[in-house]
Design a protein around this ligand. Structure first.
Ligand code: MRU
Length: 369
């Protein structure tokens, strides 16, 4: 996608053909900083402190992190050690496990001397596949938006879509998941307006989604996390689209904390609630998402402090709670499949259920695959 007229992806191979560039998302929206990763440890650090984040981009960064680490040690031991280090960075997004398994399966079969070159090839393939999936998700989602716009356009100037967290191009290699249909609807001439949940504690909506939408000239308003129910009750939300960090075999969807409450409000108000995801976000071994998906708990300082730009333009962090307060920071929640209108995947739209998912991905009908 474009930043000030220049095409960018969220991760790319440097001109030197071995180091890896990322957009350091901890600086957005105030500064656009490109950071170069030179080894596996730097890739792991970038994932755990959320310089890169979003399930698909975490997977892509881990894949390149493995390639970077293999330059130093491509033995079986080196491959396993780096994979374990990368896997430990964030527990919820399943794309991380998927990418590392995909790389390991193929690399362990190769002679040690061929592994590094092949790791770069596989990491590039993962990135290209992500871009293609997200474009296709956008096309399928566009169909839903177009149908809804046909029904609503006599009564409203804009089609209002609510989203939570950031599931835009910054969360993927390009296009995004939840935002891809919105970009494609905008490009198609549909007057979309986005309600952007701020998404405490790290404010990925206020900082990243708002920045992305502004860069592409899409109408939007940032709202506090608790406003969605009120807007839905008053007919001001036509549909919700979110991303997901892990979708279980039964169609339960895990996403940024607060998604579940939006789904409940949408259900109560008859607002369609869609979740957009590429195939690698489905955990085929997870039979019950609510019971089984591990929920990351991050440092409580993310709850007790807020970062932002002060009146003199300097970025700083301020404490908002009493000194010494106890706080807990649950990063994700799981929305049960019964609250999800449909899953938008690269293969089409399906009901949020095991039969819906295996209808689109018949190769996973058996639990063993
Ligand atoms: O903690 P984050 O910022 O990595 O969480 C990201 C989300 O919850 C996104 O909505 C999700 O990864 C889907 S992104 C395509």
């Amino acid at each position: 996608m474009k930043v000030k007229g220049t095409d960018f992806r969220s991760i790319w191979l440097d001109d030197n053909s071995w180091s890896v560039n990322i957009i350091d998302q901890t600086f957005l929206p105030h500064e656009f900083v490109v950071r170069t990763l030179n080894n596996g440890q730097e890739a792991a650090e970038a994932i755990s402190v959320m310089r890169v984040r979003g399930a698909p981009l975490i997977g892509a960064t881990a894949a390149y992190g493995l390639a970077l680490a293999l330059r130093e040690d491509s033995s079986d031991h080196g491959l396993r050690k780096t994979s374990e280090m990368l896997l430990a960075t964030r527990p919820t997004a399943v794309n991380l496990r998927w990418a590392l398994q995909y790389m390991n399966q193929s690399l362990l079969k190769l002679p040690v001397a061929q592994r590094t070159e092949q790791a770069y090839v596989l990491a590039a393939e993962i990135c290209e596949e992500d871009v293609a999936c997200n474009h296709a998700i956008g096309q399928h989602g566009l169909g839903l938006i177009r149908d809804l716009w046909q029904k609503r356009k006599a009564h409203t100037k804009n089609l209002h879509i609510l989203t939570h967290c950031n599931a835009g191009w910054l969360a993927t290699v390009d296009w995004g998941t939840a935002l891809s249909p919105i970009y494609q609807a905008h490009n198609d001439g549909i007057p979309v307006h986005v309600w952007v949940d701020e998404t405490r504690p790290r404010n990925q909506g206020a900082a990243l989604t708002a920045w992305e939408l502004a860069s592409h000239g899409i109408a939007h308003d940032v709202i506090v996390d608790n406003a969605g129910g009120h807007l839905m009750q008053h007919g001001q939300v036509d549909m919700c689209i979110t991303g997901t960090d892990r979708t279980a075999r039964n169609g339960d969807v895990c996403n940024k904390i607060g998604t579940y409450l939006k789904a409940l409000a949408a259900y109560d108000n008859g607002v369609p609630f869609y979740v957009a995801l590429p195939g690698p976000t489905i955990d085929w071994l997870m039979v019950d998402g609510v019971a089984g998906i591990p929920i990351e708990e991050r440092d409580s300082s993310e709850v007790t402090s807020v970062g932002g730009k002060n009146a003199s333009g300097r970025v700083e962090s301020v404490q908002i709670t009493p000194d010494g307060v106890s706080a807990r920071n649950f990063s994700f929640d799981v929305t049960p499949s019964r609250l999800v209108t449909g899953l938008i995947t690269e293969r089409g739209v399906c009901p949020a259920s095991e039969s819906g998912l295996t209808g689109l991905y018949p190769e996973h009908r058996s639990l063993a695959t």
